[in-house]
Design a protein around this ligand. Sequence first.
Ligand SMILES: Nc1ncnc2c1ncn2[C@@H]1O[C@H](COP(=O)(O)OP(=O)(O)OP(=O)(O)O)[C@@H](O)[C@H]1O
Length: 936
Amino acid sequence: MSAMFRPSTHRLAYCARAYLRTTPSSTARLARFSSPIFSATGSRNTTTARTTTRTTARFYSSEQTPPPPEKPEAENKDNGKNKKAATSAGAGAGKTPNAKKPADSTLDSAAAPKEPQWELPAGWVHLDDKEMTRLAQFATYLPEGQKATMEQAFRNVKYTGVPSEFRDLLRKDGLSVMDAMKLPRIAFALAEQMNEFEKKNPDFRVGGQEAADQENNNKGPTSFDQNKPPGEQQQKQGKGPEGEQKQQQGQGGAGGQKPPPPGKTFEVGDMMSWILSGLLFYPLYRMISPGESSREITWQELRKNFLDKGLVEKLVVVKDRVRVELNREAARAMYPDSAAGNPQFHYYFSIGSVDAFERKLDEAQSELGIPSTERIPVSYATEGMWTGLLMAFGPTLLLVGLLFFASRKAGGMGGGGQGGMFGFGKSKAKMFNHDSTVKVKFADVAGMDEAKVEIMEFVSFLKSPERFQRLGAKIPRGAILSGPPGTGKTLLAKATAGESQVPFFSVSGSEFVEMFVGVGASRVRDLFATARKNAPCIIFIDEIDAIGRSRSDGGFRGGGNDEREATLNQILTEMDGFNTSEQVVVLAGTNRPDVLDQALMRPGRFDRHIHIDRPTMKGRVEIFKVHLTKIVTNEDMTYLTGRLAALTPGFAGADIANAVNEAALVAARANATTVQMIHFEQAIERVVGGLERKSLVLSPEEKRTVAYHEAGHAICGWFFRWADPLLKVSIIPRGQGALGYAQYLPASDAYLMNTNQLMDRMAMTLGGRVSEELHFPSVTTGASDDFKKVTRMATTMVTQWGMSEKLGPLHFQNDENQIQKPFAESTAQTIDAEVRRIVDEAYKKCKDLLTARKKEIGIVAEELLRKEMLTRDDLVRLLGPREWPDKEEFTKYFDNRTPPPFPTENTDSPPEGPQPAIFKEEGKEPTEGGAKDVKL
Ligand SMILES: Nc1ncnc2c1ncn2[C@@H]1O[C@H](COP(=O)(O)OP(=O)(O)OP(=O)(O)O)[C@@H](O)[C@H]1O
């Protein structure tokens, strides 16, 4: 076919070419000539524009009329649907398709409700339609989500204009690295200008305008859309006439960009970062994704798609590749949906040798009948060393530069501590102010009267500072609230804010720690700056040990502390920087006051150290009262709170809150209408001992062993004078690995223990094993945990409590982190010998008692096997009343009262794997200073 029509092809090709060639700098002219046409395309008639453009292109094809444009092979695959659109455009040459509204009229009628008030600043210029199209390309390569926003942001450029240097860049065919470096400056100027514009013309706010666009969607595309290549418009509006029709029916938005929520507006910072990211992203994207700015094609594709259609303007040979320079306007008209019309996009093909390429090109041109004077120019370029280097390292350098820029901004070093461009350095403190007032009051914090008194002073200071200032008193800058977890430190800080009715900034120490060095310090700066603005106020830093650790520890642990130290230094500086009249109080919470840096604790910073310990019996009663108000119960409150407090020695406020809530859950599970004593007891048992594991079925042999083991403990507790009285013993497995469970009621909150109490407790702990020895031919592994406790107790007696005559009143702290023991080898031997002596004594004491009470052990164990659980009353029935008087609280809450029936509850399944310890009694042995943690 091509052979048949060759003469006419030649003629047509010659005409088209003659037109182009006789015009000096054809490309430029063509572009300038076609620009108004494109504008008219947007405004009047798409097909006319395409036809006109096509006549300006070089046609060497074998048909008189331009052939239906085919897409380049590669693109056809990706974008086959576009082919239809292109074909219809080609076939429709000369016809008049549906007209579109003119750009300006659309803008006036739809996008812009009225003419904006705006004067172009000096050095700024308006963009023509072609330049607006180029501008739109900056958004082309952005991710979908950002693209629409970027396009909206650029829409107002029509009015605001751009710096003239930006227009120069837009006119260029490609951006150099130097050009790319100008972009941030331009972006800042542009963003500023656009914000100014929006301020003066609220109707033109990007979000608002978009909402208006959405409303006016039926009326036609916006001026910005019209400036897009026709292909893109077709894509957005649906294909061909149907698409336009749809749009006329008000459905055009369906195929177009997703409109943002109506009324959404952009802040200055938003605008800046959108524009900046768009402008930066574009060249960056182009540099790191060369695959998107160029595509390899074959010689056949070149011929079929470009050469035969007269679209090739020039060929540039670079080593073994040939870059194809197309007539952009013609290419765009022919392939509206492909990248061929994009001036930044290049096709290239590989060649075996330059000679072979030249020969092939000559043959092809001869076949197409192109006279030698009109042949496609071929130039030969060498890419310089710098270009090569830039291509190799440019993307990396740009990325590194951006990261550096971001981290500097993040650290606030360049941003003056304003939180940085991306807000890394902004404090994450939660602010509670008058609107979101902290509702907690001192009445909600129970059982810490001394701590409340201390902190009350801060409240008075914040409420009436003159009372203190009059007398020349300086108010403490801050207080450290320390204590075990869950004792109500955060609660107390909140209550302080709630009582003083001042803003409260709450932040956790760990929130200052980030990957970037300097972020923590920047956040501290930001926090204190915000606090000063909101003074009087309270800052609460929870878990301050995350950043306030002693700096001398740092070196020992090895590197990586720079960030933490910088943050700590910043806190120190900020706290020093307070003016005494500035009403900013800093409270901090920690479980580890011992590790804090001394500089933090010195007067002038956190001058007050408020230690909040686990609550006493009285404290627990009060805390229970606070939490029971949230629960539906008909129990006698005085008795209930007293009994529950007696049952929960060692519980912190959080444990109590949890136990009360658990009781309500247990009651709800049982479909009860109110929460009763049984539910509370069940909940406490659950909290202390873990879930019952009824699914763990023991063999009769094992059960028997467990029963005798537990009976041994119970008998010891019953007959040793200083042991804790037993409350309940059971052989129902509970929690992790505990096959038996005994609950003792410790002698109130014992803060001091004497040697007698310690010896009786150790003997009682060994009771399980001794009972096994007395009743069975061999012993089991079940007593391992008991031994651990006994050994630890004896070691502490010897090394810390000065309870060994041989060693005397010495304290040996054996630090596990230290390789060397802090005592001589002979001392170590003496310690070992003394520990052994004490344990042996306890063992002997236990064995003597249990041998004498072997019969009683049998009675208790058999009853236990029958009933699975025995209460104190059962023991009184079986063994007679206990010889030694019990504590007052014990008799008050546990004697002469019917013991609650043994609660039954849902069970969990046993954990996987072997369980080495088969008996476990809950509770801990006394710590330094007495038996604060006592068994249950
Ligand atoms: N004294 C108390 N009075 C009433 N409720 C308390 C008390 N102490 C703790 N609670 C309860 O325990 C919960 C947790 O307490 P909070 O968070 O204040 O403990 P914390 O000492 O800050 O713990 P951590 O050291 O783990 O941060 C509180 O929300 C409250 O319900």
